[in-house]
Write a protein that binds this ligand. Sequence first.
Ligand code: NAI
Length: 303
Amino acid sequence: VIKRLLSTSQKLNVTSNVTVIGGGLMGAGIAQVAAQAGQNVTLVDVNSDVLKKSEERITSSLMRVAKKLHKTNSSDVEAYVNRARSRLSTSTDPVEAVKRSDLVIEAIVENLDVKRKLFKDLDVAAPSHTLFASNTSSLSIKDIAQDVKRKDKFGGLHFFNPVPVMKLLEVIKTDETSPETVKAFEEWGKSIGKVTVICKDTLGFIVNRLLVPYMSEAVRMYERGDASFQDIDTAMKLGAGYPMGPFELSDFTGHDTGLYIQQIFHKKFPNDPLFKPIATVKKMVDEGKLGVKSGEGFYKYNK
Ligand code: NAI
């Protein structure tokens, strides 16, 4: 067991080959942090325009990181960005891209059938040692892995937005994920500078399972007129030590995303009052008040 574990983790050292499938918001961030950590990364998306835009976003994000590290030295900044960029390639062909991969992280559209089909194809194409992970927020890892043979090498790697900034990485294990795979995921997480926590394959994992009812209760408190939303934010920042209040946070993440996640929880736990639909949030989404990104949520923002 120790031998196998070692060989898996050796394959996932800083020079490992990582394939990130889905080049949108999350996939681009994951590809960036892996390339920054010295790994060879292939970023895959079905849409080549998305890849072009993501490459531009990654370059400017790398610039910000490099400027923080090498404040005044512009040649060091340039070298840092170029080094990371040279480790990153792009592709529109997932099957071809996983052929030399040690780790595949999927961050495509949140649709069970599409994810299942993707992994079924990748299972045939990837080498037998390759580990598979999904970055899903709301689907069951076990369901996504349904048509894959290597269930022992399949788990979740759940990142947080913005990936280059947020320190946490949730490692998700199903009943069939092997301890070696969990260990390799933890080590890989460390290698890219994240702090890992382990959670079973349960709806919302750790963070969202606690955050969704908390945010919903905050809105209910405001709906009842118990306190203003500004005062609830102040109370949670100064009384509970949270960096943002629940209304600031929901404006930041977007009320469309919040409503979507809330509806998933309600579907899964229809009788639980914690997950009952919230009229205020639904109304805000219908009115286009999505939060920071639309210029208005609970608060108003300069676009
Ligand atoms: P996004 O919409 O920005 O990116 C998804 C990308 O996947 C798109 O560019 C699309 O062209 C591509 N795609 C769709 N089907 C594909 C396929 N079969 N093969 C290759 N590429 C394909 O979405 P986002 O926000 O990056 O989310 C991706 C995943 O990450 C979802 O599972 C989501 O639940 C999860 N997630 C999202 C977070 C967030 O804050 N947005 C946080 C943590 C997880």
